[in-house]
Design a protein around this ligand. Structure first.
Ligand code: SAM
Length: 261
């Protein structure tokens, strides 16, 4: 059975999204690996390399759930080269790095906090977990150097609101980056991908997570998400400059970016 998505009302959508992530929270990482063949790791690496994180930055990762993106940002900042750069600055006033992980679902945040502990980052002051909605961020205007949202904006009820909030909280010069499942237009590959997503993903969801409907929902939400060009124009409408996108694996995913001037 499907949810009959065409008729789903806005309040309904929020509730459904909540259920989906409550149901999948514990099996979430395994499912990501299974469904993307491990590729989501490379995509997130790519997102973080585009962000070019730096020591002392204030960063907001929205829909950050299990911390996957935040951990990578922190790793990048703590990587040898960058630490060396910081060490040669004999400026002790260098601001502390702060990476805020914001998610609407406390179950996802709990999985993230647990994973942080497992990685020895339990007491790391750079990581700050915040329950909150992408459409109404609890952060001040112009407080962030960077904003990322990975596989999150598709689930937000009003995409324009999330984009204008992203714009609001970024400092001038701040960068917006969005990694999202997108649209494949290549013939044959498109047919294969359709088969994979409509038949294989819900079946794997049933098998591994015991939850076909949630994964069916995820697949349908990918279909309803705006095309790469349309989404880019929405980012422009939110006020961003230098808006561009990069397709990965023929558009299975796309990374959109924009700058606040
Ligand atoms: N960014 C993580 C990743 O890439 O592995 C998690 C992505 S997961 C597919 C989507 C996340 O978006 C879930 O954790 C869900 O709770 C969160 N989410 C959904 N709607 C949201 C909203 N309006 N505001 C903030 N987070 C939201």
């Amino acid at each position: 059975t499907s949810f009959g998505f065409k008729e789903v009302k806005e309040e309904e959508k929020s509730r459904l999204v909540g259920n989906v992530f409550t149901n999948v929270a514990s099996s979430y990482d395994l499912m990501n690996d299974l469904m993307s063949g491990g590729l989501h790791r490379l995509w997130k690496e790519r997102l973080v390399s585009k962000l070019n994180p730096f020591p002392g930055m204030k960063h907001l990762d929205v829909a950050g759930g299990t911390g996957d993106v935040a951990f990578r940002i922190l790793d990048s900042i703590n990587s040898v080269g960058k630490r060396a750069m910081r060490d040669i600055q004999d400026d002790n006033t260098l601001d502390e790095t702060q990476i805020f992980v914001c998610d609407i679902n406390p179950n996802m945040l709990n999985v993230g906090k647990k994973r942080a502990k497992e990685r020895g980052l339990g007491g790391d002051k750079s990581l700050i977990w915040v329950e909150g909605d992408a459409e109404a961020l609890k952060f001040e205007d112009e407080s962030m150097d960077g904003y990322t949202i990975a596989f999150g904006i598709r689930n937000v009820t009003h995409i324009e609101k999330a984009l204008s909030e992203a714009y609001r909280v970024l400092k001038p010069g701040g960068r917006f980056l969005c990694l999202e499942l997108s649209h494949v237009e290549l013939p044959i590959f498109k047919e294969l991908y359709d088969y994979y997503s409509f038949s294989v993903i819900p079946a794997v969801g049933q098998l591994v997570a015991g939850d076909r409907e949630s994964y069916q929902y995820l697949v349908e939400s990918i279909r309803r998400f705006p095309s790469q060009d349309k989404f880019a124009s929405m980012i422009v409408d939110a006020g961003f400059q230098k808006v561009e996108y990069e397709n990965l694996v023929g558009g299975v995913v796309a990374i959109h970016s924009g700058l606040k001037f």
